[in-house]
Design a binder for this molecule. Structure first.
Ligand code: SF4
Length: 271
């Protein structure tokens, strides 16, 4: 699975990085802080941001391992309050022995619990995996439904999980708002909102149609690896010169990754 491209750091020097004590707390679902009424960006500016993400990483991918729609669904359910790396470590063997709802039910809750015991909330998650597998067999012939409403009726599956499955497996242009996406929407002010649903709606409105399929991945990867909660790595940011966040670190020059990607887009547009 891919992760955000490693980007060479610019030689640009920080002018006045904020000290830890004065740095604003990153917006989080529990504490969104003061939420903007609307996006800080015009349509053209938003387009330029997604053009950058696209040029930098044309085919972004999620980081959870899976072999079919069912194992993706289970992996996403397991990933709540856990890292993708930790989930992959736990599911490697589990999916070898149970890659369908029928096999999972046959395995039983105790064995599933044992397989995923390294993941947080493993007892509840094991229970949900069995319950959702039984429900898939009973209501959907053992298939994962390509429908948000039906997905959300499954135990342990909320809107975010449904959106991830719809986007990654079925190719719907859904935006699953996790902690990274929520922070990014508010911190850079591209899709401000008090709740994950507000950010999801604002993001759906903001993202240009041609970028809507991959927007979810670009934003999550950007939030996870670059625009981090504790301290954004602005020096490695591909949208540095476009970003209007008050938290942006000030440099004397635009970081090399942003300059290079901007030049690449200009070159491609004149072809
Ligand atoms: S410039 Fe800094 S604050 Fe703005 S998006 Fe990039 S990493 Fe985040």
């Amino acid at each position: 699975m891919k992760q955000a491209k490693s980007t060479s750091a610019s030689k640009a020097k920080p002018r006045a990085a904020k000290s830890k004590s004065t740095r604003k707390k990153a917006p989080s679902v529990d504490n969104p802080g003061k939420v903007l009424k609307r996006s800080r960006y015009s349509k053209a500016e938003t387009y330029a941001i997604f053009q950058r993400f696209h040029a930098d990483n044309p085919e972004p991918e999620g980081e959870l391992d899976y072999v079919n729609a069912y194992t993706l669904l289970v992996a996403v359910v397991l990933s709540a309050q856990a890292t993708d790396v930790g989930v992959n470590r736990a599911t490697r063997h589990l999916f070898e022995i149970a890659d369908t709802p029928q096999k999972m039910v046959a395995l039983g809750e105790d064995k599933v619990r044992e397989e995923i015991r390294t993941i947080g909330l493993f007892k509840t998650k094991a229970k949900n995996v069995i319950l959702l597998s039984e429900q898939l067999i009973r209501d959907h012939g053992g298939e994962v439904p390509e429908n948000r409403e039906a997905l959300e009726k499954l135990p342990g599956v909320g809107r975010k999980t449904a959106n991830v499955v719809l986007n990654i497996f079925f190719g719907h242009p859904t935006i699953a708002v996790d902690t990274h996406l929520f922070r990014l929407g508010n911190r850079i002010g591209i899709a401000p909102g008090k709740t994950p649903l507000d950010v999801e709606k604002a993001m759906e409105k903001a993202v240009p149609t041609e970028f809507s399929l991959h927007a979810h991945h670009w934003l999550i990867l950007h939030g996870r690896y670059i625009c981090k909660a504790r301290k954004p790595e602005c020096r490695r940011c591909v949208i540095y010169d476009l970003c209007k966040s008050p938290e942006k670190e000030k440099f004397d020059a635009v970081p090399e990754i942003a300059v290079r990607t901007r030049a690449q887009i200009e070159r491609e547009s004149t072809k």
